[in-house]
Structures are given as C-alpha cells and as structure tokens.
Design a protein around this ligand. Sequence first.
Ligand code: ARG
Length: 476
Amino acid sequence: MARTTGKSGSGGNDVSGASTIWGGRFDAGPDAIMEEINASIEFDKRLANEDIAGSTAHVRMLAKQGIVGQADADAIADGLAAVKAEIAAGDFEFKRALEDIHMNVENRLAALIGAPAGRLHTARSRNDQVATDFKLWVRGAIDALDAGVKDLQAALIERAEAEAATVMPGFTHLQGAQPVTLGHYLLAYVEMLGRDRSRLADGRRRLNECPLGVAALAGTSFPIDRHMTAEALGFDRPTANSLDTVSDRDFALEFLSTATILAVHLSRFAEEMVIWCSQQFGFAQFTDAFSTGSSIMPQKRNPDAAELVRAKVGRIAGAFQGLVIVMKGLPLTYGKDMQEDKEAVFDAADNVALAVAATAGMVRDVKFNKDRMAADASRGFATATDLADWLVRVLGMPFRNAHHVTGSLVAMAEAKGCELEGLTLDDMREVDPAITEDVYSVLGVENSVTSRTSYGGTAPDNVRAQAKDARARFLG
Ligand code: ARG
C-alpha cells in the first residue's frame, strides 16, 4: 500500500474529521500515517467475542448497581448480541478510522440502538477493557492448546504401549550409547509435554484475575461491583491494584514463554524424525500422508512436516523476545506500546497449535523399521555397560576395575572386527580368567533392556507400567 501523509479516511469522524469517540477537544482528524500506525483493528478484531462478552458483563453489572437504567442496559445487551451475530456472519464492516475492536463494536452498537449505547462506557476505559479482552483470549488459547497437547500425549502413549518391547539404540552425543526400548523413548516426550501442560495450567491460574472496572488506571468513583463482573466472565477474582492491572502483560509473556518451551520440545521430536527418516538411519518412514516429494529428484520422500515443526520454534521464541522487549522499561501504567502485544501472541498461538496438531499427526502416521533399529542397537559394543555390571555383580569386582576390564574386551573385539558377543570365552579369559559362560546372558540387547528394571528405566515391563501411569496422570 502506498503511504502518503494527508487527511485520513472517514469512518468514525465528524464533519471536521475529528474522532466522534474522543474528538471533543480536537478540531481535525489524524494524518493518514498517524491513523495507520495507531490503528489495531486489522489484528485486534480477533478479540471481538471477548470484547462483547466483557461489555455484556459490564452493562449487566451497571444495571444491577443502579448506575444505568435496566431498560437501557437491556437495549445495550441485546444490541451487543446483534453485533456479535453480524460479526459471526461476516456482515460487519471493520473501520480503521475507529482504531480498534472496542470502538468498532461500540460505534456499531450506537448505530443499532442509538443513544443508550453511550452509557456502556461508564466506569471503564479501553485500558481495562483491552486487558480483559486479551486475558479472555489468552485463556481460551491456553485451554485449546492444553487439549491439543493432551491429544498428542494420547497418541504417544498409544504408540509407546505397542512398542514397549521394541529395542532401539539409545544415544548420548548422538552416538549409540545403550539399548533402550522405543516405548520408553516415546514416553520421554510424554513427560516433557506433561511439564508443558503444567506450565500452561500455572499461567492460567495466575492470569485468572479480572481487570474490568479498574478503568483508565485509578479505579472509578461509580459504585461498581467488580466481583460480579469477574464471576460472570469466569475469573477467580478481580485484580487487586488498578495501576498494575492496566500495565500488566505478564499473562501474555507467560503464555509465550510456555509456548516457546513447548515448541522447543516439539522441535526436538521433529529433529529425531528427520534423522530417523534419513536413508542413513532408516529407523522410520512417514506414509504419503505426511511426506512430500521433490520436483526434481523422483526418488525423494521428504519429512517436510517434521522440518516445519522443527522451524516453528523460531517465530514462537521470536514472539516472546519481541514482547519482552516491548515491556522492558515501560513506566506505569498503560502505554500504547502495549498494543504491540497482540500480533505476537496471535501468531505464536496459531503456530504452536498447528505444530502440536502436526506432531500428533506424525506420531500416528510414522512407521518404525524395527529390524533396522534392533540391528543398530547391537552395533558399537552397546552392551559394554551390561558386561561391566556383570563383572561387578557376578565376580564382585569394583566398578572402576570392571570398567577397565570391559574397555580391554572392547578393544579386543574392535581389533577382531566383531561385537562383544563375537568374542569366545577363551578370548575373554585372556583379559580376566574368572569370566564364565554366564557372561553371554547379558551381551544380547534383549537381555540388556529387560534387565533395566530400576524405577524409570527402560525395561519393557517398566514401560507398560509407565504408560499406564501416564494415562492416569495425563489423560484422566
Ligand atoms: N487498541 C488499544 C490496545 O490494544 C486499546 C487500548 C487503548 N487505550 C488507550 N488509552 N489508547 O492497547
């Protein structure tokens, strides 16, 4: 759009061009560029339902307190319902000259019901209004995200139960470390997501105090009942300090930081999928439903969804950074800076929800190549720790000595080009004559994972018990 300065468009202005909302002391309307930078309607129209819910609760309270007559209050409430219906039907004309959603709704209300509309804004300000609307929106986003993450946990738990005894290599430094079970691996993500949900619930608890009625910053002289509006809007209580209330965006920051950590978790899973789906690893493959091809290389099957989930964290962490910097150093109370809070939150909320849903889709879709995993699990002397543990348990060796003996056996196997299981008993006895045939019972990967029965360990029976426990903790 070409930007020129000059007189702005019409919409909410009187004949002189001054705003009909606050134009009493103004002789002229804003410059076009002023209007462009000032207006938030293009994005805050997403707050329409919350705005109307807040206004409806407010006017009912004003009527009950005798601040506005019942007939006017009824007309306002009915009018707000009509505005809501227009917006839902796509029949509403949002006007930039009216700046934001609050003025757009109120202006339309006045057009529909006339003079009584002017009573709605008694004992409130756009400052407490926007804080209320935005809290309601973020609360809704938290609830929706929690449901999405719960569904992802359900998908992971289901796959984990099916793969409780499937052996795969576990990694540290992305080097094969010890054999683990695939079910155990998948349940690791269930725990991470559980912490994400607990952070969401925490943030929701702190968020759930109602700003409505603190007015511009100082409270109001009208005998309002803030407890009534708080209850009507599903808040636990009204906020305690009017100055803090209009300047607080902690709830948005907490949501964004929680979304960032969640997105980090998703990116780690996505990265595993990208690695696992490579021909070099060959641990997994997506069906056509979650793969894309290449326009030039016909053989390709690319895990684009996983790559995009891996990337989404960038914009989500960016949203958090952006808002933190907006809020830094802001003096009390409200500053127009705070209007920059919404786009970041909307974009992060949309994208983290999409990433969660896409991850759940991938979890349900992915095919695991169990033979490849099992074969790989026994490569690279993966049961060396089991051997050392056997020397401790059966021969009574101190662990440090056992570590040393095992190291010599690994070196021997490496020199012979075989795995530990490939060494003969005589080979082993060259390193330590006390070793017996029984040692072979711990060198296979199946035995290795079955033996890891300590609480939280990878043994198949543990995984079954952990999956059951996870169902009770997270899906109940
Ligand atoms: N559109 C504004 C926002 O998003 C609403 C609050 C305006 N308040 C004010 N004092 N100008 O923050």
